[in-house]
Design a protein around this ligand. Structure first.
Ligand code: CDP
Ligand code: MG
Length: 721
């Protein structure tokens, strides 16, 4: 049975245990005709379809509009099409829709292109970091909120857009929050121009954003052309949460409209006792549903790629133990780093007689609506960023969901009929959950955001008009870190050229610094690979039943110096393998050959492919910046010195009992068992990730010499000690 084919969702993708002689309609023409009809029907039946005229009218009459509507009512896919059809793209202007998640931008753009009967990248396209499918003819553009922020660096008036829709605003990601502040100002500025009375004295935006970067006072001719170019910006804030007040207040009492949804009753079931191992409980529940409940698809909420992949393997194992007749389960997964051509598989119709089980991160809470779901399994956890400004440490932690998230999750079971939600915790625990999730801006490292705002001309970041202010201490800490990285001058201005170069790279400042610095250490080639490999989750995988084999395979790549060089070894081995096979003629062929190689070497092929894509893109950026890509060859000391010079804020020293003390924060941390340095435990190390479970674990570690820190980061280490 062939793998699922992109854009041909009518053909069933790869199924577990599906008999190979199963017949599916294979007349492509008839299929695509049926599919178009089905889509037209689906669109007509969406709750939003009946209010198209009213919504268009509201957008015409209000420059800022808040639209609240239940998940699945059709906001994301339909509203941009309504506006396109109503003429909001005349004069070649674009309707931009921002999403907090890459997966949502990609899957929705594909869906809308299909609904509109156009090829992706033509009238409808998406643009996310490291993947842009838009073209000159794109009029409806889905993108991540972070991407639009970067666009503002090049086009401060966002002049190509007639309408900007900030979708999923209730998620309150840090980029959404910053974007709201930015758009509020851009909108003010553009309406001033379009009213024909630009305040030439006021080159500074109210947030302190310098728009007139050219520095000249607008001449009267320019005023006219500006006024034509900068027509009013229509701003739409879309949210799935019913509380629109915060957004409305922030936009000066902007009008809010509600789109009525449709929700069937959902039975909520709790466990009697707390579950000591929620993954085990998840597995049992999936099989309980599969064997005991009536037909209907299952949506399972997990916290990340690793968890999803390990549950998937466990399900496969158990399925093999079931009688043939009970193996009719089709497992699909969706998470942010899933290659985009695989993401559409979750939407493919479940073949007759099968039960689809979707393993998802909280992406499926509100961003992505999958039809056909009748059962939800909610272990009650989510992976979130957490930041301690006093220590300057950001970590990823698995925490209980909020009540609002739990409700959204259970709601997914009642879209098309009555459903059931299995919460894998006792009812008494539900009452203890926070009402809603804390906005990300209050719990993350702000260095990236501060750098971007400063690059946009906002010098007073503390005074920026945020919808909700981040902790002052977090901003101060970010300014301090940026200063230590050399991105800011002593009087808190963006340094030239380093600060500006760092802001241009679509990476965390600490990685941008490493890349820029690598030229001086003659190891940009190695750092490029490192940054790409660090940008993906779990390169290695070790299935339980083949643990020993996986360990042996990993040894072939591992370096006694640490994980970074180990990752480089994997990347290069893959490259060499492809080179030897003389594939490289087509991407498909490369992918196929690489997949096989990955399987033999216990490498996660999805992650490696993603890393190779990212590598290609960052390489483009650094070449554009004129950096010289050289290799340090066998002299890995150079490379490790470069890591020490770049990641000095994440250095740690061994303690007598074998744990480590992070030098910047004073926190006691442990080396994660997945690190190649887990057993050797060198004296001094740098690390890239801090993960908190029952321990504070550090991952992605390289051995360094303590003296390098004082030599290469004297601005920090002579101050500290
Ligand atoms: O944004 P909102 O949650 O209001 O809904 P939407 O994302 O616009 O989804 C509207 C409908 O389109 C839902 O029934 C989805 O299941 C469907 N859809 C789909 O079938 N395939 C996609 N790739 C995206 C949406
Ligand atoms: Mg939506």
């Amino acid at each position: 049975m062939a793998q699922g084919v992109e854009g041909d969702a009518a053909r069933p993708p790869h199924f577990n245990g599906l008999p190979s002689n199963t017949n599916f309609p294979n007349n492509p023409k008839a299929n695509s005709f049926n599919r178009r009809q089905k889509i037209a029907q689906q669109r007509k039946s969406l709750p939003i379809a009946s209010v198209e005229k009213r919504l268009v009218h509201e957008v015409r009459n209000n420059d800022t509009l808040i639209i609240v509507g239940e998940t699945g009512s059709g906001k994301t896919t339909q509203i941009p099409q309504f506006l396109y059809n109503a003429g909001f793209c005349r004069d070649g202007k674009i309707i931009g829709v921002t999403q907090p998640r890459r997966v949502a931008a990609v899957t929705v753009a594909k869906r809308v292109a299909e609904e509109s009967g156009v090829e992706l990248g033509q009238r409808v396209g998406y643009s996310i970091r490291f993947d842009d499918t838009t073209s000159g003819s794109t009029r409806i553009k889905y993108m991540t909120d972070g991407l639009l922020l970067r666009e503002a660096l090049l086009d401060p008036y966002l002049s190509r857009y007639s309408v900007l829709i900030v979708d999923e605003a209730h998620e309150r990601t840090v980029h959404t929050d910053v974007l709201l502040g930015l758009l509020k100002d851009v909108q003010n500025k553009r309406s001033t121009f379009s009213n024909g009375c630009p305040n030439t004295e006021n080159k500074q935006l109210s947030n302190g954003m310098l728009l007139d970067k050219g520095g000249g006072v607008f001449s009267s001719n320019l005023k006219q052309s500006q006024s034509r170019r900068f027509s009013t910006l229509k701003l739409i804030i879309m949210s799935a949460s019913l509380d629109a007040r915060a957004f409305s207040d922030y936009f000066g009492g902007a009008r809010a409209v509600h789109v009525q949804g449709r929700q069937f009753p959902v039975d909520i079931l709790y466990t009697l006792h707390p579950q000591p191992d929620y993954l085990d409980a998840t597995l049992i529940t999936i099989f309980q549903i599969h064997l005991e409940e009536s037909p209907g698809d299952v949506l399972v909420f997990l916290t990340g790629q690793e968890e999803i992949e390990s549950i998937e393997r466990l399900i496969q194992e158990r399925l093999r133990q079931l009688p043939e007749g009970n193996r009719n389960m089709w497992i699909v997964s969706i998470f942010s780093s899933l290659p985009s051509e695989k993401q559409m598989r979750v939407f493919a119709p479940t073949p007759p007689g099968f039960r689809k089980v979707i393993l998802a991160t909280n992406i499926a809470e509100t961003s992505v609506t999958i039809p056909g779901i009748k059962y939800v399994v909610d272990p009650g956890f989510v992976k979130a960023r957490s930041y301690d400004p006093a220590k300057g440490m950001e970590s990823l932690i698995v925490i209980p969901t909020s009540k609002a998230q739990a409700l959204q999750r259970s709601g997914r079971a009642g879209r098309e009929g009555p459903g059931k939600c299995f919460r894998l915790y006792p009812e008494s625990e539900f009452e203890k959950l926070e009402d809603s999730t804390k906005p990300e801006i209050k719990r993350c490292n702000l260095s990236n955001v501060v750098l971007q705002l400063m690059a946009l001309g906002v010098n007073d970041v503390i005074g920026f008009d945020f919808i909700e202010k981040p902790p002052r201490a977090a901003i101060v800490k970010s300014l301090e870190q940026l200063f230590l990285l050399g991105a800011l001058t002593e009087d808190c201005k963006l340094s030239d050229p380093l600060g500006h170069q760092m802001a241009r790279l679509p990476l965390d400042p600490i990685y941008s610094k490493a890349l820029i610095q690598a030229s001086q250490f003659n190891c940009l080639e190695e750092v490029l690979i490192t940054v790409a490999m660090l940008s993906v989750e779990s390169i290695f995988y070790a299935p339980r039943e083949k643990l020993e084999e996986a360990r042996t395979a990993m040894k072939c790549f591992s370096s006694a110096d640490g994980d970074h060089i180990t990752l480089i070894n994997v990347f290069r081995a893959a490259d060499e393998f492809l080179e030897k096979r003389k594939s490289g003629q087509s991407k498909e062929k490369d992918d196929k050959v690489l997949k096989k190689w990955c399987k033999e070497n216990f490498i996660n092929s999805r992650s490696l492919r993603h890393a190779r894509d990212i590598h290609r893109q960052i390489q483009g950026h650094v070449e554009q910046m004129g950096l010289h890509i050289a290799s340090c060859g066998d002299d890995m000391v150079q490379f490790r010195r470069c890591l020490a010079a770049s990641f000095f804020l994440n250095a740690a020293l061994k303690q007598p009992e074998g744990s480590y003390r992070a030098l910047a924060s004073g926190q006691v941390v442990q080396i994660h068992p997945s690190s190649v340095l887990f057993r050797t435990k060198p004296e001094c190390i740098i690390f890239n990730e801090l993960v908190q479970t029952n321990h504070k674990y550090i991952r992605k570690i390289t051995r360094i010499d303590y003296m390098w820190l004082t030599e290469l980061a004297p601005q920090y280490y002579s101050m500290q000690r």
